[in-house]
Ligand binder design. Structure first.
Ligand code: NAP
Length: 475
């Protein structure tokens, strides 16, 4: 753990193992922190806050830029750590490292653009001026599925704004976090500005984050139930909260779209990270006339994917994170099949060729999915593409919006007015129109309803870490 500029053991002296989900190999062990360690890290961040908030935007920008430079030098090393620890194929890990680094670079620039305003007053003897100031100490909790970019997406804007921070990464991926904190150490952030607490049991640390008076803001990425619980606790202390939570993205393919192009996009985005992405499509809504062509192309592409250890050549799909994830996927597929869905391809665990040592499930396409099936409403977080037919635009929009989640949606159409109607009518924070990667460090990422509060990335992302202070001057 990294606290007040030093690498530390947990106060209780315990450590826990980190394993490779592709083969069960123990990769390393790390300190198993608790509430006492979280409190120590919060104290360090609190003590460092006045100095960091008082540094110039140019100083903060330089440190972030330096971190970006070091990260680019270590790109391959970080990608290898990520594939070993999290399981995604090495190419996807390299892409994530680049996406993660983009946040450091973009916010190193944005740090210099935190502007206030002058506001005309109705009184001749009065002047209004606003200042944008950092909120204070930030407590951050991140998931395992994007173990590097979820860190920089929070940390870069927080540091650019002048906040100090304590991070608790996911239990499954602390090694990526440790590698990132070595980079922050080398980049020269003053002691206490960035702090890392690793833990096998997240609950005591989460409790310390939401109850400690020195924490001004909680930023959480993870599942909706945990996000709701933590946001509720933080609200009781009137802490600022942002939450990036689960999703159930619809992927709409209209009759005027090219079904082969749409199916190619669907396969690429659905099976990215083995379906373990919050913006992963969870319902493929396809206009009835296109269903056969779409399912044909999709299942052909899915059938040729190769599962295995992401460090090996030709592997296009990695393992799931753990046994519970495999069981959840299997249960949703079994439920759908029992209620009449057709398993077009996949639909089973993969164990041959040494895969039994990891957590593998075959990439799967289900046709004839209906609202009675669990998969129609529950986030799968696994490699299953459920296909559902619709007849017209109104039905498609109603089906797409028939969820409590509201993170991402995708639309395939060649008709501009339909594209605009869908963009306006879909109740989701991110809409890809003929586009399967509507994300960037420069753009706001976030959801509505059960998918969370606030935005990360872009100009909106730094607002989450700033207070607006008004000065009224009588002259
Ligand atoms: P999770 O179980 O909610 O865990 C996320 C983080 O919260 C982990 O660090 C976890 O620690 C921690 N945590 C769990 N219980 C906690 C508690 N009581 N107090 C404090 N911290 C606690 O979610 P996950 O299964 O790892 O991640 C998958 C979910 O994240 C999916 O629903 C996915 O859609 C969502 N996600 C959303 C976005 C987005 O941007 N909207 C991005 C990525 C993922 P441990 O690891 O030790 O359990």
């Amino acid at each position: 753990m990294f606290i007040a500029g030093k690498w530390e053991e947990a106060a209780g002296g315990r450590r826990f193992d980190v394993t490779n989900p592709a083969n069960g190999e123990v990769l390393a062990d790390v300190p198993d922190g608790g509430a006492q360690d979280a409190a120590r890290a919060i104290d360090a961040a609190f003590d460092a806050f006045p100095g960091w908030a008082g540094a110039t935007a140019y100083d903060r920008s330089r440190a972030l830029f330096k971190a970006w430079q070091i990260m680019m030098e270590r790109k391959e090393e970080l990608a290898l750590t990520m594939t070993r620890e999290q399981g995604k194929p090495i190419r996807a890990a390299r892409n994530e490292v680049q996406y993660a680094a983009d946040f450091l670079q973009w916010y190193s620039e944005e740090a210099k653009r935190v502007y206030g305003a002058t506001i005309p007053s109705a009184r001749a003897d009065q002047r209004f001026i606003t200042l944008r100031q950092p909120v204070g100490v930030v407590a951050a909790i991140t998931p395992w599925n994007y173990p590097v970019s979820m860190i920089t997406r929070k940390l870069a804007p927080a540091l650019a704004a002048g906040c100090t921070l304590v991070l608790k990464p996911a239990e499954a991926t602390p090694l990526c976090a440790v590698e990132m904190f070595k980079i922050f150490e080398e980049a020269g952030f003053p002691p206490g500005v960035v702090n890392l607490v690793t833990a096998g049991d997240p609950a005591p640390i989460g409790e310390e984050f939401v109850s400690n008076r020195k924490v001004a803001k909680l930023t959480f990425t993870g599942s909706t139930p945990v996000g709701k619980m933590l946001a509720g606790r933080a609200a009781a202390e009137m802490k600022r909260v942002s939450c990036e939570l689960g999703g159930h993205a619809p992927f709409l393919v209209f009759g005027d779209a090219d079904p082969v192009h749409a199916a190619k996009g669907a396969q690429l985005v659905k099976f990215l990270n083995t379906g373990q992405a919050c913006i992963s499509p969870n319902r493929m809504l396809v206009q009835r006339a296109l269903v056969d062509d779409f399912v044909g192309t999709l299942s052909e592409r899915v059938g040729s994917m190769k599962a295995g250890n992401g460090l090996e050549d030709g592997i296009t799909i990695g393992p799931l994170v753990n046994q519970a994830a495999v069981d959840k996927v299997a249960a949703q597929v079994e439920d759908a099949a029992a209620k009449g869905a057709e398993i077009v391809c996949g639909g089973k665990r993969l164990t041959d060729g040494g895969l039994d040592k990891g957590f593998f499930y075959a990439p799967t396409v289900l046709a004839g999915v209906t609202p009675e099936m669990r998969i129609y409403r529950e986030e799968t977080f696994g490699p299953v593409a459920p296909v559902i037919a619709f007849d017209d635009d109104d039905e498609a929009l109603a089906m797409a919006n028939d969820t409590h989640y509201g993170l991402a949606a995708y639309v395939y159409t060649q008709n501009n007015s339909r594209a605009m109607r869908m963009f306006e009518g879909l109740n989701f924070g991110i809409i890809g129109i003929n586009d399967i990667n509507p994300t960037s460090a420069a753009a706001p990422f976030g959801g509505m309803n059960d998918s969370g509060l606030g935005r990360e990335g872009g100009r909106d992302g730094i607002d989450e870490y700033l207070e607006t202070k008004l000065g009224g001057f009588s002259i």
